[in-house]
Every structure is written in C-alpha cells, then in structure tokens.
Design a protein around this ligand. Sequence first.
Ligand code: ZN
Length: 337
Amino acid sequence: MTLLDEVAKLEQEAIERIGSADSLDLINELKIKYLGRKGELTAILKNLKSLSVDERKEVGGKANKVRAALDASLEATIAKFSTGSDDSSIDPTMPGTAQKVGTVHIINQVMGEICDTFYGMGFEIARGPHVETDHYNFESLNFPPDHPARDMQDTFFVEGGRLLRTHTTPVQARELEKRKPPIKIISPGRVFRNEEISTRAHVSFHQVDGFLVDENVTVADMKGALVAFCRAFFGEELKLKFRPSFFPFTEPSVEVDVSCFLCKGKGCQLCKYSGWLEILGCGMIHPNVLKAAGHDPEKYTGYAFGMGVERVAMLKYKVNDIRLFFNNNVRFLRQFS
Ligand SMILES: [Zn+2]
C-alpha cells in the first residue's frame, strides 16, 4: 500500500467513525487518535522522507486536505453535541412541558377512605382470593342449597366447581376459621356477578365487608360503629335509619339508610325525593356461621356489615353511571385527582 493509499484509507475510516460518534468524549478521543501530535496522520507523514520530491508534494498536499476535512467534520459534530440539537430555534432557557402525574383511581380512593375510617376504630384489614369455593362463598355463610344467589344467573362458575366470589363476605368465613375472638376485620376487594351491565349494575364491582366477634357483642355495638362510620364518611349532621332486611349470614338483618346529604332530607333527584339513601347492609352474625367456623355461638356473638364501593362513590360524587368507573376515560378520572 502506498502512502497515498494509507492517507485515503485513514480519511475514509475517520469520517465514518466521526459520523457515528454518539458522545462528545468519543469525538475528542477521535480528534487525538487521527489528528493529534502522536496521531495516525502524523505517523504516516513521518515516512515522507523515503519518497521522491514529487511524491512528497503529492502525499503532503493530500494529507493537508484530509486534515482540513477531518477538522471541519469534528468541529461540526462538536457543535451539534454542545447545543443538543441541529435546530438553533430551540431556546434551552424556556420552561419545559410539565408531565401530568397519574392519580389513584377513584374507586381505590373511596375504598381506602372507608378502610381508613374503620382502621381508626381498631379494625384490621384482611383479603381473600377472587376465585372461591362454594364452601366459603355460600355454604359456610348459611346459604341454603336452593338460595337464588347460587343460581347460574348471578354466579360465574369456573373449572373444578369453583366460582368467582359474589361478595367479600367469604373473607369473614376464612378469617373466622383462622382466628380466636376478639376478631375485628375489614375486607375490601373486587366481586363478580353474572348480571346485565347497565347504568346501575356491572359484572365486576367492589365491596368493603367488615365484622366483629367477641363476647357480649350486641346490636347496640353494631349501631354505634356504623353511626360513627357514616358520620365520619358522609358528614356529622347525618341521620341514620335502620330497616329490617334479610341476609342468610345474619340474624337479625338490617339495611341502613342515611339522610340525603345533598338535600339534607328535604327530597331531591339523588334520593328520588325520599330524603334517604340506602348505604349498607348489616346484621348480627348468624349462629350457624359461627358454628361452621368452630366458634361457640352461646359464648360469642358478633356483627357484620358490607357496602358497595361503587354505590358509595356514585352517591358521594353524584356519578350517574357505574360504567364510567371502568371505561378508563382519563377526562372522567382526572376530576378526582
Ligand atoms: Zn336528597
């Protein structure tokens, strides 16, 4: 290879490497490597003395051109890295575009608020599986074999005779089996029902269930806890109404209405002009449920309660369609940040 070829080869290699360099450090390294006092171009030119005068002129001239070309290429690349861009219209002193920070989903917020209120009253949080057995979802909770809730209409059955839990009350059955009274548990989570989706109903929604078991627990204890919860959650001025109801796992069973916090009981669209809003179901734990978990119903009594998180959120924030919570429309969800 002649010296002229060597110079041409060096030029080609250097231009390629400068073009693909991705940092200022690398550019500076390349500058020293090719053009430095102990660099490759200088090393080639040291051999000039072995050439004839004409050849020296030719190679020397070529070498000067290569040096100038590489210098220009290096300077251009350094300038590009220094401004961060080829575009000189960008003003780096301008404030940047703020990134929107996400928020906790409104349903998780409401579920957290409900749990916090009971946590403050000494309840512990427990969770259970979404896929349940018939035993924990129904049998241990005193559902008779012909209870309509077991119907295919309401329950999603999965392989192996298991099902998607239709309420969070199975956590009560599981925790009752594991623990010795006194027990104070709150269990938040997702539940599933085989229902037609509408503005009021969905196949998947959330509940918060709670229960307390100890000696000498009475209806008065239940009323006290639920009045404290409703006032902390919806407002101090609230009135409560306890209506008889039916759940297989409680006896007696009660539904709790609160005075409408929008119209203060005068009657409005939210409360359908009744002045009252249905908020939660509760009752004294059925002796059969205590027995199924191995506790003596003669010694221990307890109360249980449960509420739908979406329903509470719809009332509290005046949302008229349950589907809005699951559509993931950011404009809807951002209101609650
Ligand atoms: Zn009202």
